[in-house]
Design a protein around this ligand. Structure first.
Ligand code: NAP
Length: 235
């Protein structure tokens, strides 16, 4: 018989990080597109959708987006009527910071909090230029943790508890492929964009059918010709 020695449980002295709630919010066309193929600036939703975006941003400690979305909008994602220090942090994921200019409006207000997660391939000069206005975290591919795991660990250490993912389709895949999103807010707009290269709600590599993510509908609200849908993760 194998005897097992039972060690006394070590007293916990380290404060455990609080759990992170992750929710996403994007508007799609009837055919699932979130923007035109050329990534040009185009707002899909109506005023009701923009109001809903403000409601959700108000609930977020940080807003996460892909570099491509920043390259399209070039603006800081703000909550209307909220003082600068209380604005949600804006978090950007990029490999090499290509096409991102420190002269954009996004970087103008020194009181706003910005964090970039970049790969080690990001040129040092670009990193240095952004460090004047933003925190830049270099991801470590050798750490044995996925990109999102490294981002989330850092954000939790910074006190982020409610993270709003605003897209686009590339970054959504980073989160969806690991089933990290607790709540999906989707505005279905009565429009059709078409085009094989137009970004969709979730792009990336995609799942094999047995591995796909199943969700539960938790709310469906009709406002004019738009549907405001909330789907939840099945736990
Ligand atoms: N309808 C809506 O609600 C909505 C919301 C948001 C965006 N949009 C639209 O969506 C379009 C942009 O979406 P998108 O799918 O093209 O791109 P995206 O998800 O915004 O950004 C993709 C970029 O993020 C970076 N990235 C993603 N995963 C990464 C990883 N694991 N490691 C390092 N970097 C990573 C890369 O940046 P680098 O290229 O710098 O390496 C990649 O090219 C725009 O047209 C925008 O207008 C629509």
């Amino acid at each position: 018989m194998i005897k097992r020695s039972v060690k006394p449980t070590a007293k916990k002295t380290v404060t455990q990080p609080q759990p992170l709630f992750i929710f996403s919010n994007l508007a799609t066309t009837l055919d699932g597109k979130i923007g035109p193929a050329d990534r040009s600036f185009f707002l899909l939703g109506t005023k009701a959708d923009h109001e809903q975006m403000q409601v959700l941003r108000r609930e977020a400690d940080a807003i996460f987006m892909g570099a491509s979305t920043l390259r399209t909008f070039k603006q800081f994602c703000k909550v209307r009527g909220v003082a600068t220090p209380k604005q949600p942090m804006n978090v950007i994921l990029s490999s090499k910071l290509e096409g991102i200019s420190p002269s954009w409006d996004f970087f103008k207000d020194p009181g706003l909090r910005r964090t970039f997660f970049v790969s080690p391939k990001a040129p040092a000069a670009k990193v240095k230029a952004l460090q004047k206005t933003s925190e830049v975290v270099i991801l470590n591919p050798l750490k044995g943790k996925s990109t999102t795991a490294q981002c989330l660990e850092h954000l939790q250490e910074c006190g982020i508890r409610r993270l709003l993912v605003e897209g686009g389709g590339g970054v959504m895949w980073d989160f969806v492929s690991e089933n990290l999103i607790d709540e999906y807010h989707v505005t279905l707009t009565p429009r059709i964009l078409g085009g094989a290269d137009a970004p969709t709600l979730v792009d990336g590599k995609g799942f094999n059918p047995p591995d796909l993510v199943n969700l539960k509908l938790s709310q469906c609200r009709v406002v004019g010709d738009e549907l405001f849908l909330i789907y939840r993760k099945i736990t």
